[in-house]
Design a binder for this molecule. Structure first.
Ligand code: PLP
Length: 449
């Protein structure tokens, strides 16, 4: 099965045709979920001892499995955080798959690592990090946050006074669930910082939490630059002041919102981000790269190497060289060159196109906010900092929200699941797809009348 025959060639053409057709669809079909029983009926027993052949396998995917997967790039997919890759990035993902590149080490993947580092540098410049900053592309924000926090703890314990082992993280309840997950994995404790009336962490609130609990027990402060549920950016500059004063690691989680750094209309909301010790942004969210791709950056990458480099005799040849090995900056060893599709699209389209596309989604969000404000049956819950909008349908129960959401998907008119805040069910749009139009927004809002 490792040979290349006429049959393999024909299959390759079929697969490329399928991929090309999917990429050319406009709009893509929204599609829907399915039950296991549904899928058993059409695809149960697909794997056999003798094999079915490539074409039947592709057909199975094309005719059944693909239809049971929602298209996260549909312009009316506004749930969670959608993923709307550029055509260039999505296409280049095929090339990465075809190229068998090991991107964990410079020795094996120099060209890919070099390119990934260029893309990381663009992000580091947006953040305002110094020339020495660096990191790698990891699977997602969850692994990015965990890796940064593992580094923060190692650095803090290195410098802690005799007998002191910092074990706490300060973050608001608006911080992402992956921070709590990191704490569980690390056996660390998350101490909640109360939010102000704008749902932000501020330096003043952080200072009180540190002083009340003993600043020496903390190894990191996690600020969020674009909370997932509301798009709130914490007051980064005043947080940086407090971190600096107490000598605590300042991590900024920009998994969703970090992309806004490329948008002049919101850039000033991030003041202070340049003072962070580590930073993440997911290009698979608002930077138009395919899954799965998180950019993880450190101000001082050497601290991450201490925390993450794996030592084994078969790896000595890599570790003994003075090379930049991406695997040294995160949890995990083997890695796909997952930053390459993003790099390719940046090179092909230029960074101005990114600014334009991000501004476009911000513009549609402002339009949505105004449309909600104009309708007497709707109410904005908190004005949008970025491209997430949370709003209330007056007089609706939780069931009403769910019935409306289910109906939208059944009619293939949109995928907009409800969220909740302080026990109340609410509607939420996450707009990261530049193909989402004003008409898409008004159609969905009309459906709530
Ligand atoms: C999405 C998100 C994460 C987690 O990222 P994954 O790529 O889903 O692992 C972390 N933090 C924030 C703020 C997010 O929006």
């Amino acid at each position: 099965m490792h040979g290349f025959t006429d049959e393999t060639k024909a299959l390759g053409e079929d697969i490329l045709r399928y991929a090309a057709e999917r990429l050319a669809l406009d709009p893509v079909p929204l599609d829907s979920s399915a039950t296991k029983a549904d899928l058993d009926a059409v695809a149960g027993g697909a794997i056999t001892a003798k094999g079915r052949g490539g074409r039947p396998a592709l057909q199975l995917f094309e005719e059944h499995l693909a239809l049971a997967c929602l298209s996260t790039d549909h312009p009316r997919y506004l749930s969670f955080i959608p993923c709307a890759p550029t055509r260039e990035a999505a296409m280049f993902d095929l090339v990465v798959g075809a190229s068998s590149i090991y991107a964990g080490s410079w020795l094996e993947g120099a060209g890919a690592v070099y390119a990934e580092n260029q893309a990381l540098r663009w992000i580091a410049d947006l953040v305002g990090l110094p020339d020495e900053a660096g990191g790698s592309f990891v699977q997602g924000g969850t692994i990015g946050n965990l890796s940064a926090l593992v580094t923060a703890r190692a650095a803090a314990r290195e410098h802690a006074a005799e007998g002191v082992r910092p074990y706490r993280i300060a973050a608001t309840v608006g911080s992402h669930s992956s921070i709590a997950t990191a704490c569980r994995v690390m056996d660390a404790e998350q101490v909640p910082v109360p939010m102000n009336d704008r749902m932000q962490m501020t330096g003043a609130n952080l200072r009180k939490v540190l002083e009340d609990n003993g600043p020496e027990t903390f190894f990191a402060v996690v600020a969020t630059a674009g909370s997932t549920n509301f798009g709130v950016i914490d007051d980064l500059d005043s947080i940086a002041d407090v971190c600096e004063e107490f000598g605590i690691w300042f991590h900024v989680d920009g998994a969703y919102g970090g992309a806004g750094l490329a948008a002049p209309s919101v850039r000033d909301k991030y003041t202070g981000v340049e003072r962070c010790d580590s930073f993440i942004v997911d290009p698979h969210k608002w930077l138009f790269a395919p899954f799965d791709c998180c950019a993880l950056l450190y101000r001082e990458p050497a601290l991450a190497r201490v925390a993450h480099t794996q030592h084994a005799s078969y790896l000595d040849v890599l570790n003994d060289a003075p090379d930049w090995n991406p695997t040294d900056y995160s949890v995990g060893l083997t890695r796909r060159a997952r930053g390459l599709p993003f790099w390719f699209s940046l090179v092909a389209n230029g960074t101005d196109a990114y600014t334009t596309a991000i501004e476009q989604t911000l513009e549609i969000t402002r339009f949505a906010e105004a449309e909600v404000g104009r309708r007497d049956y709707l109410e904005v819950v908190r004005d949008a900092d970025l491209s997430v909008l949370v709003f209330r349908r007056l007089d609706w129960s939780t069931q009403d929200y769910h019935a409306w959401s289910d109906g939208l998907l059944e009619r293939q008119e949109g995928f907009v699941v409800p969220t909740s805040h302080e026990g109340e069910t609410l509607a939420r749009f996450a707009i990261v797809n530049p193909r989402t139009t004003r008409e898409d927004i008004t159609a969905i809002l009309d459906s709530m009348a």
